[in-house]
Ligand binder design. Structure first.
Ligand code: AHR
Length: 530
């Protein structure tokens, strides 16, 4: 036989490795082991990780969240349909960011206050189309007050001035007997809103942004002038500056070196696969595994970002991460179509929330982008709405996950994903992920467990220490008939939460996690068994 040349060997190797990469795969027996020590609290869960975001973009606010005059609907606060209001209130949102996003850097807040028929219609500078300004500061803050939500307002650094930002803080937070406070009172709200969280600019490093900067230090200079002015209006406010991810390696360094003393939070935005279009996969399964592997990459980015804060924010050890936009967004369009969100997005969302629980001390808050119609959680048309798989994961966490994260570990099979935008191929992703939490009173232990397998169940042995329990558990499972199930107006419950019970009396007990599922298993303390 003729020996193969070096070139042929390289070619063969390249072909073989390309072949090996051609599909995502799962290794190992479909059996996993979870161990929970309920006696060991790892951290208090920061409830602010469950925040959301609304922007004047597409039908997020107008014709989605805010529909004054909608026919055939009862309206809350004069503009929110009762069904939309109800869907939002179910999420028990701790923090809501507004008015953008890119929109914020072209927004002048005075356009959106006072009598609605006098408000100007302007061009939406960031996204095109018209902005009628019917949903402005008072509408946003009254909605937040009604729902018990903490507001986060992003001021306009791009085309606005420090003076304008100062006056916005005054309008919102000054006592009624001051000129800005009395203007607010004339607009129907005498008591100050006491808005604590403010952002200055949005993605100011990007050429897509109104008034962007090439250098972090130039942004920092303008940021500092805004910060000074806004703090004069209300020294109690907490302020977020714009941060960046690689390849913008000098941005955080320059911003932090110039302004660390005046920064409470550094903003980080993460969308997967982050505008690098995912390759055209041969099998839908490969895209699925790319999506469910993304949470791991998100955590890696948090680590890098946190390292920047610690390295360059030395003068101010209190700066924390604001993950004020995150989600999947893979077609690069302005407004993703809701039908792009398959069941895998519920697994992605649950995975990210479970990871953010572990980041409770470093992530000050996180905002899922966006709440209504845009990259959406709630999708509306003129008549009704449906809830996306991501929404259902938020619901599961808000209803069943507790206030205290306890120690847990998971062993089991792993999967390999292919490259998915900025998510590299990784061969050792755990198939089963678990968040274990206790409620504040210690009476409920909640396990939220994800089985990322595309089509196989995983038999899971669950051992629990430090929590004497009743013999049955309540179970809520997010699932659908296929890994590609998605909700729509025609089929709003194709992906749904189903309630079950489970026998958990043996120790350890076995629970078989269905394929492509997120399951909350809630155990009740039984002190007689102590
Ligand atoms: O959420 C949509 C857009 O994505 C936001 O306006 C912007 O901040 C990000 O690029």
């Amino acid at each position: 036989m003729r020996p193969i040349s070096r070139l042929s060997a390289v070619l063969i190797l390249a072909l073989l490795s390309a072949g090996a990469e051609r599909s995502a795969a799962v290794d190992g027996e479909m059996k996993a082991r979870i161990r929970v020590n309920a006696g060991k609290v790892v951290t208090e869960v920061n409830p602010m990780i469950y925040g959301h975001f609304i922007e004047h973009l597409g039908k997020c606010i107008r014709d989605g969240l805010w529909t004054p005059g909608a026919r055939g609907h009862e309206l809350v606060l004069g503009g929110v349909r009762r069904d939309v209001f109800q869907a939002i209130s179910e999420l028990q949102i701790p923090l809501l960011r507004w008015p953008g996003g890119c929109f914020a850097d072209g927004y002048h807040w005075r356009d959106g206050i006072g009598q609605t028929h006098l408000r100007p219609v302007r061009k939406n500078q960031a996204w095109g189309g018209q902005e009628d300004n019917l949903f402005g500061t008072d509408e946003f803050l009254k909605l937040c007050a009604e729902l018990g939500i903490e507001p986060l307002i992003n001021v306009n650094l791009g085309s606005g001035t420090a003076e304008e930002a100062r006056e916005w803080v005054e309008y919102v937070n000054a006592p009624a007997d001051t000129p800005p406070g009395s203007l607010r009172a004339r607009n129907g709200r005498p008591a100050p809103y006491r808005v604590r969280y403010w952002g200055i600019g949005n993605e100011s490093w990007g050429a897509h942004e109104i008034g962007s900067f090439r250098r972090g230090r130039d942004y920092a200079e303008k940021y500092l002038s805004f910060h000074r002015a806004m703090k004069q209006a209300d020294p109690a406010i907490k302020v977020m500056a714009v941060g960046a991810l690689p390849p913008l390696i000098d941005w955080n360094k320059e911003v932090l070196e110039a302004a660390a003393d005046s920064i409470d939070f550094l903003s980080l935005h993460i969308y997967f696969p982050s505008f690098i279009f995912p390759r055209k996969y041969k099998k839908k399964e490969d895209m699925y595994y790319g999506i469910v592997a993304s949470g791991r990459k998100l955590e890696e980015l948090l680590e890098q970002f946190d390292a920047d804060i610690r390295r360059y924010g030395g003068k101010n050890p209190d700066i924390r991460i604001a993950l004020d936009e995150w989600n999947l967004w893979w077609d690069g369009q302005q407004i993703i179509r809701a039908e792009d969100y398959e069941l895998s997005s519920a697994l992605f969302t649950a995975d990210v929330l479970a990871r953010l629980q572990r980041w409770s001390d470093r992530v000050a808050f996180a905002n899922f982008a966006q709440l209504v119609n845009v990259l959406g959680a709630i999708i509306t048309d003129e008549n009704s709405l449906f809830l996306t798989p991501s929404y259902l994961s938020f619901l599961l966490f808000r209803r069943h996950s507790g206030e205290l994260l306890v120690e847990s570990s998971t062993d089991g099979p792993v999967f390999r994903n292919l490259e998915f935008g900025i998510v590299p191929p990784m061969s050792d992703n755990p198939l089963v992920e678990c968040s274990a939490t206790l409620d504040a009173a210690g009476g409920k232990l909640s396990l939220i467990v994800i089985n990322k397998h595309y089509d196989k169940p995983v038999e899971t042995e669950i051992g629990i220490a430090g929590f004497p329990r009743a013999g049955a558990a309540s179970v809520w499972e997010i699932n659908g008939d296929s890994p590609h199930a998605m909700n729509s107006f025609a089929e709003p419950d194709a992906v749904r939460i189903v309630e079950k019970t489970a026998v958990v009396s043996s120790d350890p007990f076995i629970y078989t996690l269905p394929p492509h599922s997120v399951t909350a298993i809630v155990l009740t303390r039984d002190n007689r068994r102590e």
